[in-house]
Write a new protein. Structure first.
Lengths: 142, 166
C-alpha cells in the first residue's frame, strides 16, 4: 500500500459521520487489514439490566472495520459497500470497556471482497463477536 | 356476557406497554428509532439524520446503522410478541419493567443482506417471528424506504429467549 493510498483510506474512514458519532477510532491500517476501536458509551446500551452495549453498535463497528479493510486492500478500490454481513455473538461485552474490531480482507476478486473480523473488549483472549462479510469492489476505471 | 373493553382503554394499555418496553433501551433513542403499533403489528421507523450517513459522497446510510436498525426491530418485535398475551391479560407489570425488570432476548447471530443503497431519508422495518421456542427464536426482518415492495435490506437472526426461573 502506497503512502497516498494509506492517507486516502484514513480520510475515507475519518469522514464517515455514523462511525464518528459512535466514537470510532482508527487504530491500525495496513494492506487488507484494519483495527478500529469504539469506546464504551451509556447511550449505546442495549440491555437495560446488564448495561451491555447493543449488538447493533457492534455490527456498526464490524461493518466499518470490514469496509476499511477492503479499502486498505491493494487490489480493491477506494470505495466499497457492504453486500452482506453475518455477526456471531460469543458473549456480552463487559460494560465500561472499549471494544476493538480487527478486520481482514482475505480475498478479492474483480467484483467482490471477502472479509472476516473479530471484536474483543479488554479481555483479548475471549472474543465478544466474530463476523464474516462480502463487500463490493468499486474501481475508478470500471 | 361481559361487555368488550372500551377501545380507548385497550389502546392506552397497549401503547403504554410498548413505550415502556422501548424506553428501556438507550440505543433505540440514540439511533432515533420509534415504533408505531396497529393492533399487534409493529412498524419501526428510523428517522433520517446526518449522523446515520456512512458514505458522504453518495450520500448513503451506514451499513452499520441499517444493521442496528434491523436488529432493534427484531429484538423489540420478538419481545413484543412474547409479552403480548401478558399485556392483553393485564399481567404485564409496567412499573417493574420501568424499574429494570425487563429481560430482552439476546442475539446469537444476525445476518444482514444489503439489497440497495440506503437513501438519506426515513427507513421502515417490520419483523416476523418465524419460530419462537422456549430457548431459541428465529426472526426475519425487512426494511424499506419509499416503496414497501422494494426492500433496501433484510436480515434474519437467532435469539436466546429470557429464561424464567424455576
Amino acid at each position: 500500500m502506497t503512502k497516498d493510498q494509506m492517507t486516502a483510506a484514513r480520510q475515507f474512514i475519518d469522514a464517515i459521520p455514523h462511525s464518528r458519532r459512535l466514537g470510532m477510532q482508527l487504530e491500525e491500517l495496513s494492506d487488507g487489514r484494519a483495527i478500529i476501536s469504539m469506546p464504551y458509551d451509556s447511550a449505546l446500551i442495549g440491555d437495560p439490566v446488564t448495561k451491555v452495549i447493543h449488538g447493533g453498535a457492534v455490527s456498526a463497528l464490524m461493518d466499518t472495520a470490514g469496509g476499511a479493510a477492503v479499502v486498505a486492500h491493494p487490489l480493491a478500490g477506494l470505495g466499497t459497500a457492504t453486500l452482506d454481513l453475518r455477526i456471531d455473538y460469543m458473549r456480552p461485552a463487559t460494560p465500561g470497556q472499549t471494544i476493538t474490531a480487527t478486520a481482514e480482507c482475505y480475498h478479492v476478486t474483480r467484483t467482490v471482497a471477502f472479509v472476516r473480523a473479530t471484536a474483543c473488549d479488554e479481555d483479548t483472549g475471549r472474543p465478544v463477536a466474530t463476523a464474516t462479510g462480502a463487500f463490493t469492489v468499486v474501481k475508478a476505471s470500471a | 356476557m361481559s361487555r368488550p373493553e372500551p377501545v380507548t382503554q385497550v389502546k392506552r394499555r397497549r401503547d403504554l406497554a410498548l413505550s415502556v418496553i422501548v424506553s428501556q433501551v438507550p440505543y433505540i433513542e440514540f439511533l432515533g428509532v420509534r415504533f408505531d403499533r396497529h393492533g399487534d403489528e409493529l412498524t419501526a421507523t428510523m428517522g433520517f439524520h446526518d449522523n446515520l450517513i456512512g458514505n458522504p459522497m453518495l450520500p448513503a446510510l451506514h451499513g452499520g446503522a441499517t444493521a442496528a436498525f434491523l436488529e432493534i426491530t427484531a429484538i423489540i418485535g420478538l419481545a413484543w410478541s412474547t409479552l403480548w398475551d401478558d399485556i392483553e391479560a393485564e399481567r404485564l407489570d409496567v412499573e417493574a419493567v420501568q424499574n429494570g425488570a425487563l429481560v430482552l432476548p439476546k442475539t446469537i447471530d444476525f445476518t444482514v443482506d444489503y439489497l440497495r443503497t440506503g437513501l438519506p431519508r426515513d427507513a421502515y422495518a417490520r419483523a416476523r417471528v418465524n419460530r419462537s421456542g422456549r430457548r431459541y427464536a428465529s426472526v426475519h426482518v425487512e426494511a424499506w424506504q419509499d416503496n414497501r415492495d422494494r426492500l433496501f435490506a433484510q436480515a434474519s437472526g437467532h435469539f436466546l429467549m429470557p429464561q424464567s426461573h424455576g
